[in-house]
Design a protein around this ligand. Structure first.
Ligand code: Z5A
Length: 213
């Protein structure tokens, strides 16, 4: 059986990832593909515990390296228990954030050495990379404004320059891997954003299914 495609969605807070994930899932299901939607950190009991821990605003003293180690531990379990079996079973896996988020937040945001992150990624992913990454990009102030009404978690309480570094890291990743990472301008009305996103997705489906034939 052909393996399914691995699609990730990335971006700084408030760019519209959750909103767009729903549109991606709908579109894939309508095209008759078996879909698994998951998230990081999360997707397993261990992953959800790590998520709770790293988002808890009362959790003091979690340095960048501690965050990275926790996130990669959760990722290892997520890959082993959920992502790899689903892909092998022919399902299309759509994941809300993956390793690019670690390069952006722990690398760019917290200053963890990129090489150390690459070593952990290699150990945990064993060469598996997303087939397509949809990077929703908008100025930091736009995203933060969109989430200004809700209660903020540990990351969302960071300062503006932290998110600027995160955004810059994401854009650098996209520049280095233009084939895999497709950047979508998320500073537009939602219909325009989802319209472009679904167009990119359709193009990818055609390429992936053609290439997998
Ligand atoms: N993290 C990490 O540090 N390292 C890692 O390796 C990983 C994660 C994997 C959890 O992420 C945290 O984990 C994350 C980094 C860290 N930081 N935080 N917090 P998350 O993905 O669960 O949380 P999030 O980024 O905070 O999600 P979010 O704030 O909900 O953002 P979003 O999903 O991109 O936005 P949304 O909920 O779809 O939309 C926000 C609001 O904007 C909502 O009211 C929408 O209706 C509105 N919206 C969306 N699009 C538009 C447009 N185009 N126009 C107008 N309004 C819009």
């Amino acid at each position: 059986m052909k393996r399914g495609a691995f699609i990730t969605v990335e971006g700084v807070e408030g760019v519209g990832k959750s909103t767009c994930l729903a549109a991606i899932e709908r579109s894939l299901r309508e095209s008759g593909r078996p879909v698994l939607v998951t998230r990081e950190p999360g997707g397993t009991t261990l992953g959800e515990r790590v998520r709770e821990l790293i988002l808890d605003e009362h959790e003091g003293g979690l340095s960048g390296p501690i965050e990275a180690l926790l996130i990669f531990a959760a990722r290892a379990r997520h890959l082993q228990r959920i992502i790899v079996p689903a892909l092998a079973d022919g399902r299309w896996v759509v994941c809300d954030r993956f390793t690019d988020a670690t390069y952006a937040y722990q690398g760019g945001g917290r200053g963890v050495d990129r090489h150390a992150l690459e070593v952990m990624a290699q150990m945990v992913q064993e060469g598996l990379e997303p087939d397509l990454t949809l990077l929703l990009d908008a100025p930091v102030e736009v995203g933060l404004q969109r989430i200004s009404e809700r209660e903020h978690d540990r990351f969302e309480k960071e300062n503006f320059s932290f998110f600027e570094r995160v955004r810059r890291s994401y854009l650098e990743i996209a520049a280095r891997a233009p084939q895999r990472v497709r950047t979508i301008n998320a500073d537009r009305p939602l219909d325009d954003v989802t319209g472009e996103l679904l167009k990119v997705l359709q193009q990818f489906i055609a390429e992936f299914t053609g290439a997998a034939r």
